[in-house]
Design a protein around this ligand. Structure first.
Ligand code: ATP
Ligand code: MG
Length: 190
């Protein structure tokens, strides 16, 4: 499951858990992105903070792991490189790339998009009522999965942390404490 995870929240965790259950996955590997190519102009927290919050959030689930492949690779993050690195670590695995429908909708603009379909099966998680509306995706390449409506986003969690409003229960307890301990998202507009 790829994401910026700035911070990881319960929407991500429910989506991963639903995908694992419905697709009968042995493991969900959370892959915090290095420098997201589509968020170049946004201020993104240092990779190490995003990685550690992801580790804290997933630690209690034996099927959830976290990979450093994207944050340790120099340069912008492209999914084609992520999948190549994960494949090298797990040569015999069936790979599923789980991400939000919003990201899948941009898939045709991703680097080496045509190669991606052979590298993994794509899973687009959507909120109920949201349907994928892209033309040109191979019919068997993408599975759409409705996850329970969770009106949680990292942007909203950052805004709340910045304004001193609670993020309790939107993100796991350890992540609330990590954000406070390191003063993340303070003074975002500076
Ligand atoms: P931001 O608000 O900064 O864009 P985000 O909440 O979308 O952050 P990302 O790290 O960008 O978090 O998310 C990774 C993927 O998880 C994205 O493709 C996104 O669509 C999906 N996702 C995010 N929030 C939810 C949610 N509440 N339910 C299901 N999927 C989600
Ligand atoms: Mg997003």
């Amino acid at each position: 499951m790829g994401g910026t995870f700035d911070p990881i929240h319960h929407g991500h965790l429910v989506a991963a858990s639903e995908a694992a259950a419905l697709l009968d996955l042995d493991e969900v590997v959370f892959v915090p992105t290095g420098k997201p190519s589509f968020k170049q102009h946004a201020k993104v927290s240092p990779a190490e903070h995003r990685y550690l919050m992801t580790v804290i959030a997933t630690a209690s689930n034996p099927r959830f792991t976290v990979s450093r492949v994207d944050i340790d690779r120099p340069g912008l993050t492209y999914t084609v490189d992520t999948l190549r690195d994960l494949r090298a670590e797990r040569p015999d695995a069936d790979l599923f790339f789980i991400t939000g429908a919003d990201a899948i909708e941009q898939i045709l603009t991703w680097k080496d998009a045509a190669q991606l379909w052979d590298m993994a099966h794509f899973v687009a998680v959507t909120r109920p009522g949201h349907h994928l509306t892209v033309d040109g995706l191979p019919p068997d390449g993408v599975t759409t999965l409705e996850v329970p409506a969770l009106a949680i986003s990292s942007s909203d969690c950052r805004r709340r942390a910045e304004a001193g409003q609670p993020v309790w229960y939107l993100v796991p307890d350890g992540v609330v404490q990590y954000i406070a301990k390191h003063g993340l998202y303070r003074g975002l507009d500076e």
